[in-house]
Write a protein that binds this ligand. Structure first.
Ligand SMILES: Nc1ncnc2c1ncn2[C@@H]1O[C@H](COP(=O)(O)OP(=O)(O)OP(=O)(O)O)[C@@H](O)[C@H]1O
Length: 270
């Protein structure tokens, strides 16, 4: 079950600004449903890039294709210039040590304690770590997400926001260079949303991580992103800084942002 060093993954520590990930001419369909016709997108080391788009446009599928949980039908995904198309499952396991996903619902194992959940990827990727080293790493990550001394708790004892933070602690246990965030603030109250936004920013500022965030939450997107990419009509219709997106004249972007703004105003109304 444990991963072995993969001969296929040639990894080097990312240099700030290098093109780390490139989606090239991606096509993907589920049966008759076409999700991507021609998706093209680059992600640079050290940036936080957010993918926005309507429901069902394929935001989560993009993250899943990157780490091999789904496969594109054609086109390529390059990681540090290396084509992942012919990667096998064991190669993707090696990749997931560097590119970790924080799943939408945290996806914790309910039967394991918080500490055991966070230790799980360490056993998978670093079978030679001693129990003391594992305990130390788990404590370090729990402190980083603001939940020190909670190792013994069970997921059922935690609030939604705490579960998200434990999910993050598990994702970063292996010290990944890239973090994929699937709807990190969905369903959270404003205070917890702010905490998660701050954690996304901290991962970049304190640890130099690259992040790809998938979200509906435009307030969060504008807060955490260096760049925002919009998926519509089975392709990326615009990529730009938050300011560029706010001023966008691309019809799909305008329509999406205006609809989200109206939704927020309705939610805020007494
Ligand atoms: N494993 C799968 N099998 C079949 N269809 C799938 C699968 N995964 C995703 N899809 C379909 O692909 C489309 C894109 O899904 P995806 O989850 O990426 O959308 P999304 O943009 O993240 O949407 P949302 O914002 O609602 O979460 C949807 O129509 C979804 O039903």
């Amino acid at each position: 079950m444990f991963s072995r060093p993969s001969p296929r993954l040639r990894f080097h520590p990312p240099q700030p600004g290098e093109e780390l990930i490139r989606f090239e001419h991606l096509r993907k369909a589920f049966g008759p449903k076409r999700v991507y016709d021609d998706v093209r997108l680059s992600v640079h080391a050290g940036e936080t890039l957010t993918v926005i788009g309507g429901s069902g446009t394929g935001k989560s599928v993009l993250l899943k294709c990157l780490i091999g949980l789904l496969r594109q039908d054609s086109g390529r995904i390059l990681f540090q210039g290396q084509d992942l198309s012919d990667f096998r499952e064991e190669d993707f396991i090696a990749l997931r040590r560097h590119v970790a996903m924080v799943f939408q619902g945290a996806a914790l194992f309910d039967s394991l304690s918080v500490g055991e959940n966070i230790a799980y990827p360490l056993h998978e990727h670093f079978p030679d770590m001693t129990p003391a080293q594992v305990r130390e790493r788990v404590a370090e990550k729990l402190a980083l997400v603001g939940l020190p001394d909670t190792e013994h708790l069970k997921p059922a004892d935690l609030s939604g926001g705490m579960r998200k933070r434990v999910g993050l602690a598990r994702a970063i246990a292996t010290n990944p260079e890239v973090i994929l965030w699937d709807e990190p603030t969905t369903g959270l109250d404003p205070v917890t949303t702010e905490t998660i936004n701050q954690l996304i920013l901290d991962m970049q500022r304190q640890l130099g991580c690259t992040s790809i965030v998938v979200t509906h939450d435009m307030m969060s997107a504008f807060t955490v992103s260096d760049r925002i990419a919009m998926l519509a009509h089975r392709r990326i219709v615009q990529v730009g800084t938050p300011e560029e997106m706010k001023r966008s004249s691309v019809p799909e972007v305008r329509a999406f942002l205006d609809a989200r703004k109206q939704e927020l105003e309705r939610e805020a109304a007494p």
